[in-house]
Structure formats: C-alpha cells, structure tokens
Design a protein around this ligand. Structure first.
Ligand SMILES: [Cu+2]
Length: 220
C-alpha cells in the first residue's frame, strides 16, 4: 500500500513539474508596432535563426520578434489589430534547401501576391535552386503562405546562434498581409518541414510554440 501511495505521489509530482516547466518556458506575446507613416498599418519585424541560442533548446531552429522597444524576443506569438495591413520584414539567417513539396515555394495571401526578396519582387521561390528555402510562414486561416529564402550555410559570417545581427549573412524579405475583419488567433507554422530528424518530420521545434509554430492573435 505504501509503495502505491509513494508511486502516486511521485507521479503527481512529475506531472506538476512538467506543467510548471511548460509554463516557465511558454513564450511571451509581442505586439506589432503601429506605423508612424501609414494609416491602418502595423510593422512586424522577425528573424529566423538556425539555432536560437537561448532558452531550454538553444540548438533548435526558431524565430525572434522585435518588440516596440526594439528588443528581440524569442517567440512566435504576435498580436496584430484587426482590419489592418501588417507590413512584415523577415531577416533570414538560416541555410536552406529543396522543399519536400514544391507547392510551398508559392507565395500566397500577400498584398500584390508577391514578396520582396532582397529588393526584388517574386511570387514563387524555387527551393531546388541556389541556397534553397530555409523556412515557410504558413497561416492557413489567413490564406497566408510565405517561403523564406535561405543563406549559404558555409558563409564565413554565417550566424551560429541567435539572436543574429545584420553583420551576419542574411536575406531580407518583406511582404504585407491584411489581418481580416474578425478577432481570432490564427495558427501559423513552418511547412518545410525543417524538423526532418523528428517523428513524422513534425516534432521538436516544428511543433513547438516559440520555435517553428505560433499564433497571429488578431485583436479588436
Ligand atoms: Cu522551419
């Protein structure tokens, strides 16, 4: 009887440890910043790194979002206002490669149907060419799909651990999407997938909020 009680107590303890551990590591939400020049527009600046460099999984691939004070916050939770244009700037520091499914090389859901990659407008990226595609930003509920172009992983200034800085090899990709007319939390994630080493290619960072999966929280 005693051993059963002890086992039960240990089990409860482990569950609570797990829950609080999860809460301790759950990333914060960062708000997009209102544009000072354009009405109904917010600016969102993000970077994606091959290794985030901090937190419980410093070697995992993941995102940082710039907050209103200009500080990089390791998270994938972004708050944006409804009925607004979200002007996104992605700083991409990770290496890329071919897609498992070329469909994800197509841009969708942006104003104009394209992204601006290092100064050039493109609507499809071919992951089988050049440095390939590093990650994608896909929010099915917003009809948004963005392939993000990779950098050369052998570059001498390749960023080994985030948060990365502009002196390191990176691409700049910008696009604008509309946040819609309803308040809703839209899930987004990377559909490369870049978690090849994990169960079904969708474990580890792929399924983890704060790394390759997150939410666009559209608020009133
Ligand atoms: Cu990814």
């Amino acid at each position: 009887m005693g051993i059963v009680l002890v086992s039960a107590a240990v089990a409860v303890g482990l569950i609570l440890f797990g829950i609080f551990g999860y809460l301790r590591t759950y990333p914060p939400t960062v708000s997009a910043v209102a544009s000072s020049t354009q009405p109904n527009t917010v600016n969102l600046t993000m970077q994606v790194d091959g290794a985030v460099g901090t937190g419980p999984h410093p070697n995992w691939v993941g995102w940082y979002i710039k907050n209103g004070a200009g500080k990089w916050v390791r998270t994938t939770l972004v708050q944006i206002p409804e009925r607004s244009y979200v002007h996104v700037t992605v700083l991409e520091y990770d290496s890329g490669g071919p897609l498992r499914n070329e469909y994800w090389g197509k841009v969708s859901g942006t104003v104009g149907g394209s992204v601006n990659l290092n100064g050039k407008n493109v609507s499809v990226l071919n992951g089988s060419s050049g440095n390939g595609i590093a990650h994608t930003i896909v929010a099915p509920g917003l009809n948004l799909a963005i392939p993000v172009w990779g950098v050369n992983g052998n570059a001498s200034n390749f960023c080994q651990a985030g948060p990365c800085s502009p002196a390191q090899a990176h691409n700049v990709e910008t696009f604008t999407f509309y946040s819609g007319t309803s308040t809703h939390s839209y899930r987004w994630q990377c559909f490369i997938p870049c978690g090849v080493g994990y169960l079904n290619g969708n474990g580890g960072p792929m399924s983890a909020t704060g790394y390759m999966a997150g939410f666009f929280k559209v608020v009133a």
